[in-house]
Design a binder for this molecule. Structure first.
Ligand SMILES: *Cc1c(COP(=O)(O)O)cnc(C)c1O
Length: 453
């Protein structure tokens, strides 16, 4: 263990401090409120404090430290100009008089218009604080829509088997029963499997397009027609709308309500639990059900909205479109470059991401081994063992913000790992070899975590 890997409490030396102040006089403090014993705080010099936090930051992996191809998460680079813009707004209080927050209102009004134009929805609410929160909000709108028409028998929501786990979870939290529609072998929703599920008890369907396998649901128009015909609504999970920016609009595909993850598609940083922003957009039918007034205080994680606004303004209309095209190009480039080493179950053109099903050669090296070995080479692992349609899923999403050189470096390392797997499988079973932590027992760490020193 390196010296500075110690905890601050272990580095502490009695009496050491990072500052000196004149001895305080406590004349004005009422009696009887003083602590009887000293606070147990670590005592360190300024260099010790700086080294402690800087070393901690180095034990983690971030978009600012390396390539982060985590599928379904859109870990794109967060431009530093975003961070220069946000402090202009961070003194605001949600209860401030409206006349003093006109700039913030303008941001929300601009974002409402920009996102409506990008998605083909009519209006957005910015209250939801993440994707799943947006899903719940959207489903509540769907429920309210049916209720407001006296249509009370619609208790079921259809979710494809390839859906992100939050979709069925949100539908369940909203009180719906979940009906699963199957995917065909080509990875798209099976329209023939969908037809018999439709009826007067269906509130709607939740879809991701491109879906979790990175494939565009080519039958979406037909699906929209069928679901609308039975009286249901279409919910669009736009967490990863990245590849469609400026190319196709959910509103034009027939969706009635949707959410976007500003913290994925529009560059703002995420991971480690937040903060996020999952604005919900609605088409004509649902506009009357949005909260009123639509521009008021308490607008979710406002800093995230400001970052997304800076990102959209920086790119402008033309380049917002380029973001989607480049993300698609990058994903297909990696897919085609590696399909001789890794099993590619669905070989068609993908959008922003795609899924390998482990190594092509079967010699006991698992997807987990590959993911762990990647860390040794300084790359974050792709998403693994998701989606559940494949046993050794390795889901890669490069985003548009990586250079050709970075993509090539990643491809080179993935090929090298495939060679290592053939020559020295044990090297992979025991990876990673040069990270601060090797293979933690993830179940135990998540179930009874030890959060105190
Ligand atoms: C990330 C993601 C979500 C959930 O978003 P959170 O902000 O983590 O709640 C939902 N659907 C898809 C497809 C996603 O990729």
């Amino acid at each position: 263990m390196r010296y500075y890997d110690k905890l601050v409490f272990e580095l502490s030396q009695k009496g050491r401090s990072a500052f000196s102040l004149p001895q305080a006089k406590h004349e004005f403090t009422p009696g009887g409120v003083w602590r009887e014993s000293e606070l147990n705080l670590p005592e360190l010099s300024e260099p010790d404090v700086v080294r402690h936090y800087t070393n901690l930051s180095q034990m983690n992996f971030g978009v600012d430290t390396g390539f982060y191809p985590l599928g379904s998460c859109t870990m794109k680079y967060n431009p530093k100009v975003n961070e220069q813009v946000v402090p202009q707004f961070d003194g605001l209080h949600p209860l401030q008089p409206e006349c003093t927050v006109q700039g913030a209102r303008e941001v929300l009004s601009f974002m409402d218009k920009a996102l409506a134009e990008i998605t083909g929805m009519k209006h957005f609410t910015f209250l939801p604080c993440a994707g799943a929160h947006g899903e719940l909000t959207g489903l509540m709108l769907i429920k309210e829509y049916h209720m407001s028409r006296g249509d009370t028998a619609r208790t079921k929501v259809i979710v494809p088997d390839s859906a992100h786990g939050t979709n069925p979870a949100s539908a369940a939290v909203c009180g719906f029963d979940i009906v699963v529609v199957k995917s065909r072998p080509d990875g798209l929703v099976d329209v023939e499997d969908l037809k018999p599920l439709l009826g007067p008890d269906i509130a709607g369907i939740m879809m991701t397009n491109p879906n979790t396998l990175g494939l565009f649901e080519r039958d979406i128009k037909e699906i929209a027609r069928l679901v609308h015909e039975c009286g249901g609504l279409l919910y669009y999970d736009g967490a990863n709308m990245n590849p469609l920016l400026g190319v196709v609009r959910p509103g034009d595909m027939g969706f009635d309500v949707m959410h976007l993850n500003l913290h994925k598609t529009f560059s703002t940083p995420h991971g480690g639990g937040g903060p996020g922003s999952g604005p919900v957009g609605v088409g004509e039918k649902l506009v009357p059900l949005l909260e009123k007034p639509r521009v008021s205080g308490f607008h979710g994680n406002f800093g995230v909205i400001v970052r997304a606004c800076a990102y959209i303004l920086m790119l402008g209309k033309e380049n917002v479109k380029m973001a989607g095209l480049l993300a698609t190009l990058a994903a297909n480039y990696i897919k085609e470059s590696l399909k001789d080493c890794y099993k590619l179950p669905i070989p068609t053109v993908c959008k922003h991401e795609f899924v390998f099903d482990g190594l092509l050669a079967d010699n006991g090296v698992t997807t987990l081994d590959v993911a762990k070995r990647l860390l040794d080479y300084g790359f974050h692992a792709p998403t693994i063992y998701f989606p559940l349609l494949f046993h050794q899923a390795l889901m890669i999403e490069p985003t548009e913000t990586e250079s050709l050189q970075t993509l090539d470096a990643f491809i080179e390392v993935m090929k090298k790992i495939a060679r290592e797997a053939a020559e020295d499988p044990e090297l992979l079973h025991t990876a990673p070899h040069n990270t601060p932590i090797g293979r933690p027992d993830e179940t135990t760490a998540a179930r009874p975590p030890i959060l105190r020193y």
